[in-house]
Design a protein around this ligand. Sequence first.
Ligand code: SF4
Ligand code: MG
Length: 317
Amino acid sequence: GGLLDQLTFSGGKIVRNRSVVHAVNDVSLDIMAGETLSVVGESGCGKSTLARVVIGLYPPTSGEIYYRDQRIDNLQGTKRRPFRTKAQMVFQDPYASLNPRMRVRQILEEPVRFHKPELSDAQVREKVAEVMEQVGINPQWAERYPHEFSGGQRQRISIARALVLDPEFIVADEPISALDVSIQAQVLNLMMDLQEQRNLTYLFISHDLSVVEHISDRVAVLYLGSLCELATSKELFENPQHPYTRALLSAIPRIGKGFQHLKLTGDVPTPINLPSGCVFHGRCPYAQERCMKEVPVARTLESGTVVACHGVEEGRL
Ligand code: SF4
Ligand code: MG
């Protein structure tokens, strides 16, 4: 079974700033142990919200989250704690996510002392030195503050903080996109090495499809909080089905050559007033009347790809 079975948000509503944002609708994902599942889409598509709902930073207002067959979204406080050590998040911005007033040692020790109070000081120190070593930061620098490190080093420290509780599952929200292009590959390779060494499961949030192609077992494409397509990385890049997926791919010169170029015009509409029918219809060159009225249902094709599109279903794409 899945690591997160039936990660389902049916009509999920996230309430923020008193407006109801339909951030994640009808997204049903099963994440398998040891895999990298990437979630892609333009900004505003609900990727970050999905990540935060999965990790428990935002509650889903409908839908359910299961972790190894246990429902976790309705657990409160201490009942939720075991899951909180198993799942950790790496954020986009290592500048904002590390407390500037804390030394690296404190940043890394804090979660261990909270979640594993039975460990001695010496054991905690050992744990911290071990993760620093693993992410390529000299443990002798533990007394330094975040500002004394480069952006890439800070993201390595964020990764160390995520690892210090020995999680099984990491949600990474655009973990390299705030970094200098020259060091993005290093941090990505580090994450891939750590996945292998520690048998980690990744939910990887990204807008960068060339990165996603390189690292993913499967890819979910979101648009305005709706799942457009879910496929193995190979199928998605060789045989994309949904018009939105094709549009995203056709924007990448190396990959998009074989596809009819679909230019995405207009901005992503605000998720507060979702379009009727298919949420992509306003930007889709294949939209027909049915698309404006009827929400397309996600269907599984023979290839295993899941796609929600009337045009695909009708065989006219
Ligand atoms: Fe385009 Fe219609 Fe498919 Fe939506 S359902 S992507 S509007 S063809
Ligand atoms: Mg985001």
